[in-house]
Ligand binder design. Sequence first.
Ligand code: NAD
Length: 290
Amino acid sequence: MRIAFIGLGAMGRPMATHLLAQGFDLRVNDANTDLADTFGDAWASSPAEAARGAAVVVTMLPNGHIVRDVILGSGGVADALGEGGIVVDTSSSDAGGTVALGEALKEHGISLIDAPVSGGVPLAAEGKLTLMVGGTDEAAFATAQPLLEALSGKLMRVGGLGAGHAAKAINNAIAAAIFAVTSEGVDMGARFGLDPAALLEVINASSGRSGISEGLFPSQVLPGKFALGFGLPLMAKDVALADKLRDELGLKLPMIEATHRQMQAALAALGQQADFTDYFRFNEQAANAG
Ligand code: NAD
């Protein structure tokens, strides 16, 4: 079974490399043609060229607009893939946009599965990502299953088309909110005179603990690394997607709304190259200004 893999950035590159090492028949493409040498014979000159003769097209692109553009745009991926083809979008895309893309692809006889991932670059390289999978086309899922399982340490089917993308956005909005409030607490403690390491030890032995306080704070924030490898723009995008979903559902959710505002403010202050963990530094500066 031939697979096309489009989007070879921080995540897509180790995912595609892992699939090649597992023996999958892969053709890959990225807008960054510097990657052609890295992938040698597997490189295709365009997304449509990668999709020609493939049974499944995997996308790992920055957002759902780009996914739609690549699949349905003038490049002709949908036509090259053809009837009976399957698109698996592993990007963190907009749930509503995914439902719309699924409808549009139906007219081409193509099935869409959303399978966003959690776990970051190290787990991508090991094929141990957590996958949250949306879509109810059982035949398409059965075809894509070996590929999805090769990428994941844990695969969860969470509902209809778009459910994976909704779950991913909600999870990341929660993670961003926890990171933001932990930043506030650790900074406030330091200003009172508490040693941040001692405060974290208390938090991690008490009810304020989280994956963030147990993982990211000791590994990234305390040593001043701020190099998780998950960009602030991507986290800000995910929180924006969660806030958009909230709005579409007509809900008032003050914590999600505030987290969205905070991530946008941090992005405006720190710029496109910032790491998500740089939010801690933004928070310190913002607290000083207050
Ligand atoms: P990235 O910016 O490193 O990579 C995106 C790649 O897409 C780049 O190589 C870029 O050249 C390519 N690209 C952009 N437009 C293209 C086009 N029109 N045609 C072909 N290629 C194109 O991003 P990333 O960190 O790999 O993230 C990809 C997706 O995965 C995002 O949706 C992100 O939110 C999600 N994600 C990232 C992480 C992480 O830790 N980085 C973790 C989980 C999920």
